[in-house]
Structures are given as structure tokens and as C-alpha cells.
Design a protein around this ligand. Structure first.
Ligand code: FRU
Length: 437
């Protein structure tokens, strides 16, 4: 059982997939390579939760079984239709599998189909009889790349089903909109390309929230600073007329998280109807646990809301409920504080030897908090972190900061064994970091 953060059950995980509340449970699937702590032939791992906080891994739900997905089951989302669970994904074939490592293509080549697996109950997944290839590899590269088109998100709106796909055209990220009457037969309606969507638009998400419309984009080649993790997760306020196939958006993009490790998201509605999101936190190297190495974990669930044309993030109430036991500074090993008033709460449960805790801090210019060498400070109105003492050396970002906070700097800092998440000023910005202890 994973508590607070869903972690790889062993070996590799990346993107969250098919996040949904179905049959009274939360289901979170994820990109998974079950054989080594590196990326390879993708499967969908599956975890179930009653409350978004306790996660039980229940094995692999989708694996390669057809010619069109023989080299991988890439990302996608889940939809409930006629009480069944439709899992949309991208089926991958390698044009030239590497004879020395069949889990990669020699030229990183891909042939992409858009597919679905229909499950009767969200527990059984018949990989032999319940898969369908909905959109075979494109024959018209101008209209849709046969290589870099992936990550379907299918949703229902006003009597129709829509699919959005991430893609690429002439080196620019592209979003493709398709429509359908039955969630199985789709036709292309429009496409939109822009340098602002990176080199390839991955894992698109689009939804309405508090009267605004938001587009989430995992944009490859977004940063050009020569460091690792060039791809970044951004969002935009948009106006998307699905019926007419017209997308307009604001020039300005925002990072979903200012720690730069976060990439690829899923959002869904929780049992109370809140828009909740979970994302993948990239890790440059595996960690070890009994049973073997693991690489990749998810953020805690965050509730999204829009106020004054700004996207706010709040820890899910079920997360807040965990941190009930107030503790003193002396009780927390490795924590030191300079010039900041703080209160600390320990989690009422733990997984192993480490007990997660939360720090509430009223940050001030020049104030400092050190969590075992992870340093948080405030400079010129921004929250800055320095993780050089608790992260890997090399071409990785160790110093990050938020934009200037507008209304004070109350921080909620959630500390777990492998990750620290800082909610600044009631979720005006969030900065999350993987750490190595
Ligand atoms: C994003 C991504 C997706 C793809 C998946 C493959 O991290 O590249 O576009 O479906 O990962 O694992």
C-alpha cells in the first residue's frame, strides 16, 4: 500500500493514465515498464484507492497483445460509457526494434494507432478480446503524423464525444480535435499548431473550471537551457469551440509547477465533483527498496480552482485530514528554521520508517527553512529553493523559484521521504521537488 504518493511498485513508471472515479473507487493507471528501472515497452499498471491517499497496486491492466500495440501501450484516459470503463490509449509499433534491446527502436521510431480497451467492471481487462484499434496509423502526414500522434483524451460534451490528441507538425507541437457519435468512430475536425506547444504536444487535457477553460500541455523541448528535463508541463487559458473546431488562447503560458520535475498530468472529478489532478514526478535515477529498484512517483492529489483568472492548487482535503498531530521542532530530525514562525503536523499514518509531515510557515524576506539540507527561502517576493545538497550532481536543476507572490507568503510544505511539495500562498503557486536523502 502506498500512502500519499503513488510510487512505482518496482522498476519504471511514468505518466498517470486513465484517472477516474468509477464503481465507488478511484482508479489510477500509469505507464509502466515492469522489467527494469528504465523506460521500455509500455504497459498500463493499475492502482485503486478509496480516498486518493491510500493506493493499492493491483497489477498490470493493459499489455501489448495485438500487432498494433506490440511494442507498447502509451498514455491515454478513461471514460465511463454504458456503465463500462473505456480505456483509450496509443498502440505503438517499432519500425526497427533494436535486436539488442527489443524494448527500444533503433532510431526511436514509432508507428502510432489510437485504441481502446473496454472493461466491464474496471477490475478485469481482457487484452485479447476487448481491444479495438480505432484510428490506424495515419496515411496523411500533413493531416496527422503517423509517428508522433498520441495520448488520447476522450470526453462527452453536448451529445457528442470528442477526442483530443497530442501531435507534432513541422517541428511544432500540434493539438488534434476529433469528434464521434459513439465514442468509437472518430473523424478529424481541426488541428492547431504552435511553437508554444513545444516540439511535440504530449498528454493534452482540456476542461472547464469555475467559468474558465483550461488547456494542459506537456510540451517537449520547451526549455532551451541545455539541462535535463527540457520538456515541461504548461497550461493556458483558452476558448475552445468544439462544435465549430475553433481554438483561441492567450499568449501567456504558465508552469503547472515551479519545481521543474513535474511532467504529464491527468485530471478527473472526485466523488464530490472537484477537479482533481495528479502528475508524474520525474526522477533521474532509481532508488532502492526491499525487493529491488524503482523509478517514478506521482504528486499528491491536488484540487484545482480558478479565481481572478488564476489557477489555484490545494492539497486534496483527504490529504489535509492526514496531518493532525501537532509536533515541535525538536521532534523532527533534520529540520531547522531561521527567522520564520512555523507549526508542524505529523501524518497519522506512515508506510515505512519515515513519517511524512507538514510545515505551515509564515515566510518573510530573508527567512530560511532547511529540511535535511533542502533549503527554502524568500528572495524579492519569490519562494526560492536550493536542493544542491539533496539531489544528484550533473545536468539537473537544483535551484528553482516561484514567480513573485502577490498576497503574502503563507507556505504549506509537505515533506515525504522522496518528495517535498510547497504550496505558496494558499496554492497561488506550487513548487515540488524530488529529493535523494
Ligand atoms: C509523456 C509520454 C507520452 C507517451 C508516454 C510514453 O511522458 O512521452 O507522450 O504516451 O510518455 O511512455
Amino acid at each position: 500500500m502506498d500512502i500519499l504518493h503513488l510510487k512505482s511498485p518496482g522498476n519504471w513508471i511514468n505518466d498517470p493514465n486513465g484517472f477516474i472515479y468509477y464503481g465507488g473507487k478511484y482508479h489510477l493507471f500509469y505507464q509502466h515498464f515492469p522489467y527494469a528501472p528504465v523506460w521500455g515497452t509500455m504497459h498500463w499498471g493499475h492502482a485503486i484507492s478509496d480516498d486518493l491517499v491510500h493506493w493499492e497496486h493491483v497489477g498490470i491492466s493493459i499489455f501489448p497483445s495485438k500487432e498494433y500495440d506490440r511494442n507498447g501501450v502509451f498514455s491515454g484516459n478513461a471514460l465511463i460509457k454504458d456503465h463500462k470503463l473505456y480505456l483509450y490509449y496509443t498502440g505503438i509499433q517499432y519500425p526497427h526494434p533494436n535486436p539488442e534491446n527489443i524494448h527500444l527502436d533503433v532510431n526511436y521510431g514509432l508507428i502510432a494507432s489510437q485504441c481502446v480497451l473496454i472493461s466491464e467492471d474496471g477490475i478485469h481487462f481482457d487484452n485479447f478480446n476487448q481491444k479495438k484499434c480505432l484510428i490506424p496509423p495515419s496515411k496523411n502526414e500533413e493531416e496527422m503524423s503517423s509517428v508522433d500522434t498520441r495520448d488520447p483524451k476522450v470526453f462527452y460534451r453536448d451529445g457528442k464525444y470528442y477526442m483530443i490528441l497530442g501531435s507534432s507538425h513541422e517541428g511544432k507541437g500540434r493539438l488534434i480535435l476529433l469528434e464521434s457519435q459513439d465514442a468509437l468512430h472518430f473523424s478529424i475536425k481541426a488541428h492547431f499548431e504552435s511553437e508554444e506547444f513545444g516540439g511535440i504536444f504530449e498528454c493534452p487535457d482540456y476542461f472547464e473550471l469555475d467559468g474558465a477553460e483550461l488547456l494542459f500541455c506537456a510540451a517537449t523541448d520547451y526549455l532551451r537551457d541545455g539541462l535535463n528535463f527540457q520538456a515541461q508541463e504548461i497550461y493556458k487559458f483558452v476558448d475552445f469551440n468544439l462544435e465549430k473546431g475553433i481554438l483561441t488562447y492567450e499568449k501567456e503560458s504558465f508552469y503547472l509547477d515551479y519545481g521543474m520535475d513535474l511532467y504529464a498530468t491527468q485530471t478527473t472529478l472526485d466523488a464530490e465533483g472537484n477537479r482533481v489532478f495528479i502528475a508524474w514526478m520525474r526522477m533521474p535515477e532509481p532508488k532502492l527498496k526491499e525487493g529491488g529498484p524503482w523509478n517514478g512517483l506521482m504528486t499528491m492529489p491536488r484540487i484545482l480552482s480558478v479565481r481572478n483568472h488564476h489557477l489555484y492548487f490545494a492539497p486534496h482535503p483527504k490529504v489535509e485530514e492526514m496531518f493532525t498531530k501537532e509536533v515541535s521542532l525538536e521532534e523532527l530530525k533534520g529540520l531547522s528554521v531561521k527567522g520564520v514562525s512555523v507549526r508542524m503536523y505529523e501524518a497519522c499514518e506512515k508506510e515505512k520508517s519515515f513519517t511524512p509531515y507538514k510545515i505551515e510557515a509564515q515566510m518573510i524576506e530573508g527567512g530560511e527553512i532547511s529540511i535535511g539540507g533542502y533549503e527554502i527561502s524568500m528572495k524579492d517576493g519569490c519562494i526560492a529553493v536550493d536542493r544542491s545538497k539533496v539531489y544528484l550532481k550533473g545536468d539537473y536543476r537544483t535551484k528553482m523559484s516561484t514567480p513573485v507572490l502577490k498576497d503574502g507568503a503563507f507556505l504549506e510544505i509537505f515533506v515525504d521521504e522522496d518528495i517535498i511539495e510547497i504550496y505558496a500562498n494558499h496554492g497561488e503557486y506550487v513548487l515540488s521537488s524530488i529529493i535523494y536523502r
